[in-house]
Design a protein around this ligand. Structure first.
Ligand SMILES: NC(=O)c1ccc[n+]([C@@H]2O[C@H](COP(=O)([O-])OP(=O)(O)OC[C@H]3O[C@@H](n4cnc5c(N)ncnc54)[C@H](O)[C@@H]3O)[C@@H](O)[C@H]2O)c1
Length: 341
């Protein structure tokens, strides 16, 4: 039985814990650690059958029985805990982003070069059945050469401004998944970014120095063009779609709904809204990404989302930020050069 420690018992820590306790055979969550554990979370952890509930994550790192850690704590802790976990010889699944600071991601990359541990980053959308099917179609040449990739990604509602202030901004918090999707779907690298943005949902987001609506155009290394449209408000639910258009045709994926029922009557034709948000839409993808990571550790396979895949969307996000600030296209190489990459 492979033993796992979970660091951070918030929203996503609970999701990953439940994925393992319910669905992953041969793996056991031995310990969960969170300095701000409340009674309700401790009760929840007990109900999951977790034997050790701690406030200090070092209890996990110092436990020789535990070989895998999942870093599910707040973003500002990820790179430091990654470094300590790698030094302790633990295989690491780290939630996105590894860090907002490229220099700190570089430290993690350097540490990995001198160790044998597996390191996977939490880009869950790569494990979603719809995105995977579209990627397979592109990869198999079913749409010919990719010409245009369109990613729509709109949240049902904006998070509180207190969250926005520490989020790193829309590009590093929300669009980071879409940048990953552009790389995943195209199988190419983003070379240049031009972004426009506005504050159309909540003026308080603008006062906090962020935007809530954006369009990002990109030039890719295979010559294709990509566009992402983002908004922090979609009144009809979580709107996440992709269309890949190529020389032989196109492949598109729509939103998941609770059912495929369509009611037609004298007032109109009404179908279900998209699922509410990411926890509803991607629950199976979360199970599959963690299962895939544990499988990579147990059966010595390559992880499906590696540390480079964690770095690249951060570079693209920083380029998009600079593009907005200076109202110009920004090459990713310009950002990479600032960090000696
Ligand atoms: N991949 C995804 O779809 C996805 C979805 C949600 C969140 N996330 C990422 O997961 C991380 C957590 O997000 P969340 O929504 O669960 O936030 P959250 O605030 O619900 O949970 C974070 C938890 O980390 C704990 N924590 C803080 N410092 C800690 C430390 N030193 N040791 C252990 N625990 C510590 C907090 O007490 C809190 O319980 C963020 O980095 C976020 O970007 C990813």
């Amino acid at each position: 039985m492979i033993k796992i420690g979970i660091i951070g018992a918030g929203r996503i820590g609970k999701v990953h814990t439940e994925s393992i306790t319910r669905y992953v055979k041969g793996a056991e969550v031995k310990t969960i650690a969170d300095p701000f554990l409340n009674e309700a979370t401790a009760e929840w952890a007990k109900a999951q059958g977790i034997a050790h509930i701690e406030t200090d994550y070092h209890k996990i790192l110092n436990d020789d029985e535990i070989s895998i850690v999942l870093i599910c704590s707040s973003t500002d802790t990820h790179s430091q805990i990654s470094l300590e976990a790698i030094a302790a010889g633990k295989h690491v699944f780290c939630e996105k982003p590894i860090d907002h600071d490229v220099a700190k991601i570089k430290q993690v990359m350097e540490a990995l070069k001198h160790s044998n541990v597996k390191y996977q980053v939490g880009f869950n959308r790569r494990f979603d059945h719809n995105f995977m099917a579209a990627r397979e179609a592109v990869k198999a040449g079913k749409i010919g050469d990719l010409n245009i990739l369109k990613v729509t990604s709109r949240d049902p509602g904006a998070p509180p401004v207190s969250y926005i202030k520490v989020s790193g901004g829309i590009f590093l918090d929300m669009t980071i998944h879409d940048f990953d999707m552009v790389r995943f779907m195209s199988g190419a690298e983003v070379e240049e970014v031009y972004a426009v943005g506005g504050v159309l949902v909540d003026q308080a987001i603008g006062e906090a120095g962020d935007i809530d609506t954006a369009i990002i155009t990109m030039k890719l290394s295979n010559g294709a063009l990509a566009v992402i449209d983002n908004c922090r408000r979609a009144t009809y639910g979580y709107d996440q779609r992709v269309e890949a258009f190529g020389s032989l045709g196109q492949v598109a994926i729509g939103n998941d709904t609770d059912s495929t029922a369509v009611i037609s009557n004298a007032t109109g034709v009404i179908a279900e809204k998209p699922k509410l948000f990411f926890l509803e839409r991607y629950m199976q993808a979360y199970v599959d990404e963690v299962s895939s990571f544990i499988d990579a550790v147990v059966n010595e396979k390559e992880v499906k989302v590696n540390v480079e895949d964690g770095l690249k969307p951060v570079l693209i996000g920083l380029a998009a930020k600079l593009s907005i600030a200076e109202n110009r296209p920004v090459k990713i190489a310009e950002i990479a050069a600032q960090y000696g990459l």
